[in-house]
Design a protein. Structure first.
Length: 562
C-alpha cells in the first residue's frame, strides 16, 4: 500500500485538533518548540462557555486528607501569574479577569477585595455545591516554585521581558496601597538584564557547530568556547532572544552528546557600538553571504580564505545557486570579512560578499505557530507572522517558555521540568480513546496511553510547552467528557523527545497518516486491519468523495513506521 503525505489539493483531516486559540483568524528546522496543527472545529472557548456554570473559580485553600497523590485531582498551579502561558483571548470571561476578584481566594490576592462587584447569589450557591464535590486545591506554598516575594531576594521581571506586564490590569499604577511592582520570580528562571547565556558541563570535544545547532531563538552577537573548563558563553543581540533560549534550554533539558547541559546567565554587557551600528545600518550578522561562486570552489577553500578573519562556525555551499554561507563565531569578525574580503583580487566582482541571515535566528514553522497561538492568532493563520518583527516572536516564545517552566515546577517540583506527560483521571467508563483525543488540545501529541479499567489516561505531547499549556488551560476551564469533569495532573516524567522522532516531526510527521487513491472496495474495517499491524489505532476516517482516508495512531512512532 502506498502511503504518502496529503497533497495540497486534498482536504486536511477534520477531527478536532489541538489549539487554544479563540480568535476567528487563526517542524521544519527543529528548534526548542513544536506546535499545534490546524482545525476547522469550534474553538475551545465555545466549549468552555457551554460548561462555564459547572466550573468553579480557582481557590488555593489547603488540601486535606489526601488519600492518594496519584488519584487525587492535583490542585491547579494557576493564579494570576500563570496567565502569560495562555492566549490572551482565553482570559475573556474566565475567572482570571481583573473584574472578577472573587476568583482570587489566595492570600496573595486579598488586596483585590476592595474591587467593587455585584454578588450573584444563585450562581454562588451553584458554585459552592459543585466546589464541595471537588478535591480541595493545593495550598499557597505550592506557588513558591515560581513566585517569590521580594524579601526572598528573587530576581524581578522587568521591561519587555516580563510575561505578566502585558496582562497587568492596574497598568503599573497602585490601588488602595497595593504594590504593582514586577513579580518576583524564583532565581534562575530569568534575568532582567543579561543577554549572555552560560552553558556548562559541555563535552570537551564539542564544536561550536554542535552547540549552536541547538539554538533557534535569535541572532547571536558572539560565542566564546572554553574547552578546558567545559563551558561556553553565547551572547545574543537582545535580551529577549537570550531569555527565550535560556528558558527553553531549562524547560527541555538541553543535552549534548548524552550529557545534560547546565544553564545559567553570564555577566550583563552591552553590544559593542561598532556592531550595533553595523546591524542597524547594514543588517550585519555573523553569517557572510558569498555569491557568484565558481563551480569548482570547495568548502575547505572557503574556510581557508575566510579563517583569517576569525573562528568559523559553519561553511555551506548551495551549488545549484552558486552561492555560499560562512558563519563566524561573532558579528565583529563577519564585519571584517565583508569589508576586507572584496578588496582581494580573487573576491572582486562578479563575486559578491555581503551579510546573510543568522541560522540561529531562523523562525521555524513550529516556532511561528507557537508564537501565533500565544498571541491569540487562530490555527491556520500563523503565516500572518511571516513579516513580523523577530523581537515580537522572541518575546512571545520567551514568555511562553518561562510560564510553562513555572507551571511544570510549581505543580510537580523542579524535577518536573521538561515533562511532556499529563495525567487524566476520573474518566467515564464508556469513554473511548477517540473521545479523549477530541478534547485534548494545545499541541502535537507523541502518544496516548488509555487504561479503561483504572479510568485513567496518560497523554504525552511532543513539546513540554504544549503539555504545560494544556495542563494550565484544563485546570483553568475544566475538561469534560460525558458530563464528567476529569482530574488533571502530571504523569511520570516523559524524558526528552527521542532524536529520531524529533527529526521526523521537523519534517512534518504526526500521528495522522494520509492514504490516497483508494477505490470503493476499501472499507474502514479493512484499513484498520491492515494498519493495525503497525500499532494501536485511535481513529480511521474515510472520505469516499475524495478517495482518501486518514488513519490516526495512538503513537507517532507507529505512524512513522506505517
Amino acid at each position: 500500500m502506498q502511503v504518502s503525505e496529503a497533497p495540497s489539493g486534498q482536504p486536511k483531516f477534520h477531527r478536532p485538533t489541538q489549539s487554544f486559540s479563540t480568535l476567528g483568524m487563526s517542524s521544519d528546522n527543529l528548534g526548542f518548540s513544536h506546535s499545534a496543527f490546524t482545525t476547522n472545529q469550534p474553538s475551545i472557548s465555545s466549549y468552555s462557555d457551554r460548561h462555564r456554570t459547572n466550573i468553579p473559580s480557582i481557590n488555593t485553600g489547603r488540601m486535606s486528607n489526601m488519600a492518594s497523590q496519584a488519584e487525587q485531582t492535583p490542585g491547579t498551579a494557576l493564579d494570576m501569574n500563570f496567565t502569560p502561558l495562555l492566549p490572551s483571548n482565553l482570559l475573556i470571561g474566565s475567572p482570571f479577569q481583573p473584574q472578577s476578584p472573587s476568583a482570587f481566594a489566595s492570600p496573595g490576592f486579598q488586596s483585590f477585595s476592595s474591587f467593587p462587584h455585584q454578588p450573584q447569589r444563585q450562581q454562588q450557591q451553584q458554585h459552592n455545591q459543585f466546589q464541595n464535590q471537588q478535591n480541595p486545591a493545593m495550598s499557597p506554598p505550592m506557588y513558591a516554585g515560581m513566585i517569590s516575594p521580594p524579601q526572598m531576594h528573587a530576581q524581578m521581571y522587568q521591561g519587555p521581558q516580563s510575561p505578566t506586564l502585558g496582562y497587568n490590569p492596574l497598568n503599573n499604577q497602585s490601588l488602595n496601597g497595593l504594590s504593582t511592582a514586577p513579580l518576583g520570580i524564583a532565581p534562575g528562571l530569568m534575568s532582567s538584564s543579561s543577554r549572555t547565556v552560560y552553558l556548562g558541563n559541555i563535552p570537551s570535544d564539542t564544536s561550536a557547530e554542535e552547540i549552536l545547532s541547538h539554538v533557534r531563538s535569535g541572532q547571536i552577537e558572539s560565542v566564546r568556547l572554553l574547552p578546558d573548563k567545559n563551558c561556553a558563553f553565547i551572547s545574543f543581540l537582545d535580551g529577549s532572544s537570550a531569555t527565550h533560549f535560556h528558558s527553553d534550554a531549562i524547560l527541555k533539558k538541553l543535552c549534548i552528546k548524552g550529557q545534560d547541559i547546565k544553564i545559567g546567565w553570564g555577566k550583563p554587557s552591552s553590544v559593542p557600538t561598532s556592531v550595533a551600528l553595523a546591524v542597524q545600518q547594514s543588517g550585519a550578522s555573523r553569517n557572510v553571504y558569498l555569491g557568484n561562486l565558481p563551480e569548482e570552489v570547495s568548502e575547505d577553500e572557503l574556510r581557508e580564505d575566510l579563517a583569517k578573519y576569525g573562528p568559523i562556525d559553519t561553511v555551506k555551499i548551495v551549488r545549484e545557486k552558486a552561492i555560499g554561507f560562512v558563519h563566524f563565531l561573532s558579528i565583529g569578525n563577519a564585519i571584517k570579512a565583508v569589508s576586507q574580503l572584496p578588496q582581494e583580487p580573487k573576491w572582486q566582482p562578479p563575486r559578491r560578499v555581503y551579510y546573510g541571515k543568522d541560522r540561529c535566528a531562523y523562525v521555524s514553522k513550529t516556532q511561528q505557530q507557537n508564537a501565533a497561538q500565544y498571541l491569540g492568532i487562530a490555527p491556520g493563520y500563523a503565516h500572518v507572522l511571516n513579516n513580523a518583527d523577530r523581537d515580537l516572536i522572541s518575546n512571545a516564545l520567551a514568555q511562553q517558555s518561562v510560564a510553562a517552566a513555572a507551571v511544570a515546577t510549581t505543580a510537580g517540583g523542579v524535577n518536573n521540568l521538561g515533562n511532556r506527560t499529563v495525567y487524566l483521571g476520573n474518566i467515564h467508563p464508556e469513554t473511548t480513546i477517540e473521545e479523549i483525543c477530541n478534547v485534548v488540545r494545545g499541541g502535537l501529541l507523541h502518544h496516548i496511553r488509555y487504561i479503561p479499567d483504572k479510568h485513567i489516561c496518560f497523554v504525552t505531547f511532543i513539546d513540554p510547552t504544549s503539555a504545560a499549556s494544556f495542563f494550565a488551560l484544563s485546570n483553568l476551564q475544566g475538561l469534560m467528557i460525558h458530563n464528567r469533569r476529569l482530574k488533571i495532573g502530571w504523569g511520570k516524567h516523559s524524558g526528552a523527545l527521542p532524536p529520531a522522532i524529533a527529526l521526523a516531526v521537523s519534517g512534518g510527521a504526526s500521528r495522522n497518516v494520509y492514504v490516497g487513491n483508494l477505490d470503493e472496495t476499501w472499507t474502514e474495517e479493512r484499513l484498520r486491519q491492515d494498519f493495525s499491524e503497525y500499532g494501536e489505532i485511535e481513529l480511521v476516517n474515510t472520505l469516499r468523495e475524495k478517495s482518501c482516508a486518514f488513519v490516526n495512531f495512538t503513537n507517532i512512532a507507529n505512524a512513522i513506521k506505517a
